[in-house]
Design a protein around this ligand. Structure first.
Ligand SMILES: C[S@@+](CC[C@H](N)C(=O)[O-])C[C@H]1O[C@@H](n2cnc3c(N)ncnc32)[C@H](O)[C@@H]1O
Length: 533
């Protein structure tokens, strides 16, 4: 295949890809893991991999285990030269894509194998082992894999690698692990995969594999603030490795931002450090990395030293248990069985919530939560209106809900005292802007699990009891915790959505708090206690 022919075929491929994409909804493509690699990105990846090959490399046997219409095969042909492969294999499950790839690239030497890659590689008739893999595997999230399929995939991975895979892993994790067992020792592989494996618990198998079993050469992440390709790729990483056990003192390059050939920042990170790190997206450690690991993070004071951080209340049926206060009054529900509760962050008008004289927040509409501890007999006898409302919950099946039926009585909620500070639990927020908001709640309202509740404890609680006026400074400080730092401890999900768990928020550096009020430190308390004694 000459270069001109490759270019013509690539143009045809792009049209064909668009037509195939248009036959399915985004939801369907998500379920099937069908998001093609933009051609310029496939070329960048192929060029980078070629730069790693020694001049006298062995003959190349290319493979893409989920070839789609052949974006990577086409890019490799452009970069390596049209007739450079001894063998080229593309595997594809979807017959329409398999037809396209075969039709476009069959004549130039791509051997198209139809079927499920994760099944093909366990068979004797598995295609010959490649020494060059370029792949963008189906991302298919775990909830689209049924139980039997997960068990099957976990069993093959265990049998071929000795590694256990979490049931929360997406299909791409199995693809990468299995394809590496298929490829030749010493071969090179480049994978475009979701970057969340770098941080989340289910990614630990992959992190272990990449830091102990293969020689990781590079992990590059794009800067979400400077999207180069399509939005779906902002949370992807390019992972490049050699299929050999890593040499002692091996370092891998971690880069962030810019194109692969000229990243904005990069840092060599030792395999030993990677093995010891629970989160990888903080590398390279640099201010421009949106997930940098805070320097003074490891040994300094943390938010969790001064705040008890819990998730808000999970009612199990917000539409039933939470209602406008005016509606509760109209129905005649007794005040004693209701508690003030904040609306969802989307409907919260400000970051400071003032209180009315009765403790309810000064917002409209005020909401209340049904929450009390009384037997059904007592309610029936004393509060007929509430009794009638409970009957509607029974009739609507609320009582049979998973969370609700585990409570006794079913209308008594988890007990969470109103917290003076709240953190919104998920958000996007671009570079520099924090993905989460901190709310100062001066009312007696509690909140649902759309918030994390921050209740001052230890030295900070004592200090605020003595100086309530300092809460405003504390609130302003919380909102100054930068987006980078919050992203650094939280996790990013597909499409750039950030989430933070109570334990993660607790790890935020709180050195500034101590600088501002040295008396809140635990050491100071101990000294005070000693003096009192
Ligand atoms: C993310 S797309 C990537 C396609 C192509 N490699 C590219 O880079 O544009 C993944 C492809 O894998 C295919 N696929 C999904 N499950 C598969 C499986 N179990 N075995 C082989 N191919 C599969 C999908 O139909 C889709 O074409």
């Amino acid at each position: 295949m000459v270069a001109l022919e490759q270019q013509l075929l690539e143009t045809r491929r792009q049209t064909w890809q668009r037509e195939l994409d248009a036959t399915k909804s985004a939801e369907e493509r998500n379920r099937l893991g069908q998001f093609a690699t933009p051609y310029p990105l496939a070329v960048q990846i192929a060029a980078y991999v070629r730069s790693l090959l020694p001049p006298a490399h062995p003959p190349l046997r290319f493979a893409d285990p989920s070839v789609g219409s052949g974006s990577f095969y086409s890019a490799a042909a452009e970069v390596f030269g049209a007739d450079c492969f001894d063998l080229a294999t593309g595997i594809e499950l979807d017959p329409a894509f398999a037809d396209a790839a075969e039709n476009l690239w069959g004549r130039s030497g791509l051997r198209l194998v139809r079927g499920d890659f994760t099944r093909l590689i366990t068979r004797d008739a598995c295609p010959p082992a490649p020494n060059l893999i370029l792949a963008n595997p189906p991302y298919v999230r775990h909830h689209h894999l049924d139980r039997d399929e997960k068990l099957r995939l976990q069993a093959i991975v265990l049998q071929r690698t000795g590694l256990k895979t979490s049931g929360l892993a997406g299909l791409y994790v199995y693809f990468l692990l299995l394809a590496t067992t298929w490829m030749e020792k010493g071969g090179l592989a480049a994978w475009l995969i979701p970057s969340e494996f770098m941080d989340v618990n289910y990614g630990s198998t992959l992190r272990e594999f990449l830091s102990t079993r293969v020689t990781l050469r590079r992990i590059h992440r794009f800067d979400p603030a400077a999207v180069q390709f399509d939005d779906a790729l902002v949370s992807s990483a390019i992972v490049v490795f050699e299929n050999t056990t890593p040499p002692a003192a091996h370092h891998a390059e971690f880069s962030f931002g810019g194109p692969l050939a000229a990243p904005v920042v990069n840092e060599p990170v030792s395999a030993a450090r990677l093995r010891a790190s629970r989160k990888w997206s903080g590398f390279p450690r640099h201010a421009t990395n949106d997930r940098q690991i805070s320097r003074d993070h490891d040994d300094g004071p943390r938010l969790g030293d001064f705040f008890r951080i819990q998730r808000g209340i999970a009612t199990g049926a917000n539409d039933y248990f939470i209602l406008p206060r005016a509606e509760a009054r109209r129905l005649g529900l007794p005040d004693a069985c209701l508690r003030a509760i904040l609306p969802s962050p989307r409907h919260l008008p400000a970051t400071v919530i003032e209180a009315e004289a009765d403790g309810y927040p000064r917002i409209e509409p005020q909401l209340c939560l049904i929450d009390f501890d009384m037997s059904e007999e007592q309610i029936a006898a004393r509060h007929p209106a509430l009794w009638a409302y409970l009957q509607t919950g029974e009739a609507a099946g609320v009582r049979d809900g998973y969370l609700v039926r585990s409570r006794s009585p079913w209308y008594k909620q988890e007990q969470r005292r109103p917290a003076p500070f709240l953190c919104t639990y998920m958000g996007r927020g671009t570079q520099g802007k924090a993905p989460f908001r901190f709310i100062w709640n001066r009312s007696a309202a509690t909140a649902t699990n759309l918030y994390l509740l921050l209740t001052p404890q230890n030295g900070l609680a004592k200090m605020l009891a003595a100086h309530p006026d300092r809460a405003a400074w504390l609130h302003a400080w919380l909102n100054q915790v930068t987006g980078d730092e919050l992203r650094g401890v939280g996790r990013v999900y597909g499409g750039g959505l950030n989430k933070i768990e109570p334990k993660e928020l607790a790890r935020i550096c709180a050195k500034h708090l101590l600088d501002q009020w040295p008396e809140i430190s635990a050491n100071h308390d101990m000294q005070g206690d000693l003096l009192l004694q």
